[in-house]
Design a protein around this ligand. Structure first.
Ligand code: CA2
Length: 149
């Protein structure tokens, strides 16, 4: 069985490519997910890419990733969007999942408003990648696949 990596995107990331290209680039989320799938195929892992604007739905998916069951995953890559800066619920779910978590942000959150400088998610993450645009997901996927062995 190939290792399964759950790739979660949070609120507003479905709008990628449509607005704010100077911050988030021109690629759509479909473009980003296609690149993730291509890299997953090269790495021999399965990537399950999902996006939700709902904090509760993200929490549910993280809970299911712990298994047992068909949604069980071996690692989680997450860009929780603005919930990164607000959500103790997502932090608690990630901790409870007991899976390696890789946090990704498209932009360099430390060059932006001070309220973006803190991420609750980071306390549950083995690594944080920010400021590299969509490539950040590919670096995270490479690291997750290597660690999942
Ligand atoms: O840099 C990132 O990836 C962020 O997680 C993106 C979030 C932001 O709240 C975080 O501080 C940093 C926002 C995603 C919104 O994406 C949009 C894309 C296009 C148009 C509008 C929003």
């Amino acid at each position: 069985m190939p290792k399964k990596i759950l790739v979660l995107n949070g609120p507003n990331l479905n709008m990628l490519g449509s607005r704010e290209p100077s911050v988030y680039g021109h690629k759509t989320l479909a473009d980003v997910n296609a690149a993730i799938q291509a890299r997953a195929a090269e790495l021999g892992v399965e990537a399950d890419c999902r996006q939700s604007n709902s904090e509760g739905e993200l929490v549910t998916w993280i809970q299911q990733a712990r298994g047992p069951g068909p949604e069980a995953a071996d690692a989680i890559i997450i860009n929780a969007g603005a919930y990164s800066h607000t959500s103790v619920a997502i932090l608690d779910a990630l901790r409870a999942a007991e899976l390696p978590v890789y946090e990704v942000h498209l932009s360099n959150i430390y060059q932006r408003e001070s309220f973006r400088h803190h991420s609750y998610i980071s306390a549950a993450a083995v690594a944080v990648i920010c400021g590299l645009g969509p490539d950040g997901y590919l670096y995270a996927l490479t690291a997750a696949a290597k660690a999942a062995g």
